[in-house]
Design a protein around this ligand. Sequence first.
Ligand code: ZN
Length: 344
Amino acid sequence: MAAPVLLSHPSSLRHDTGAHPERGERLVAVEREIEARGGLGWERRESPAATVEQLEGVHTAAHVERIRALCEAGGGAIDADTLVSRDSYEAALHAAGGAIAASELVLSGAAPCAFSAHRPPGHHAEAGRAMGFCLFNNVAVAARHALDALGAGRVLVLDWDVHHGNGTNDIFAATDEVLFVSIHESPLYPGTGSADDLGHGRGEGYTVNLPVPARSGDDVWLALVDRVVAPLIGCYEPGLVLVSAGYDAHAEDPLAGCLVTDAGFAGMAALVRAACEERGIPLAGVLEGGYAGSALARSVAETLAVWGAVPAPAPPPVASDALALRAQERLARGAWPALGHASA
Ligand SMILES: [Zn+2]
């Protein structure tokens, strides 16, 4: 049987952000951890560069050209958080290309699972704007490509980065072709992602925001995946599940206040894998944030271990949680009656 595929590219390390939380050492730590664990059975491949046409599936031509030109001119700051160097455009093309390749591998059946481990991350990037360390919205580019070129039909994007994926949220707000589900700490940067933001037009109900308070840990995050995300995978029946896999909800992360552990990320990964496998839905991950090097590296490794294991590890037992039950009830009363009524 084919091995799961881990996609990366050396250009990720040439996206030079200086003394910044989103820096190359993040990926160096991830690589070191995977190596220390013997590669975890994942085959390594270099990511191709996304084409400009693929980027323009979700971004404006002006945005793509602005990033290219700024990098070609030597780089600079886009906003207080987001900066580029000369080689950032190449890194960003491969980051989007890795997410696309991951989708292609799992949708074609060439790999049982795939994970794209790149920087810059992507989920804050809007159609016409870079922000929050993100230049191009890698997961959104991949989802759009899966719909337009790979026949995915419907794509569910689960964003478990601790920050709300405002870019992905907005890019797909008006379509029912993508169900965007985000668990994120609130209040926190970028300030979007209220539970009332449901999408609009044909997309109404196809945006599911699950804000959690600071200090939320494994119990809350696992319960939301168990009570809401896994059932939504069943209701929506996507042709592809993409996880915007950020690891900054980790207790050790310096940029946020949640308390998820290595085991919590392993548990979420197991729940998502089980929900996909039950229905034969391809699954791929795309790295987003995570700024405590060691915690990021361990948690990525846990995800790869769970997604690559044969046979699949059993998902952990998940305790009932009041916040998750309320979220389930709210969705069942609204766009997702099939989620049914919560029972402890
Ligand atoms: Zn984040």
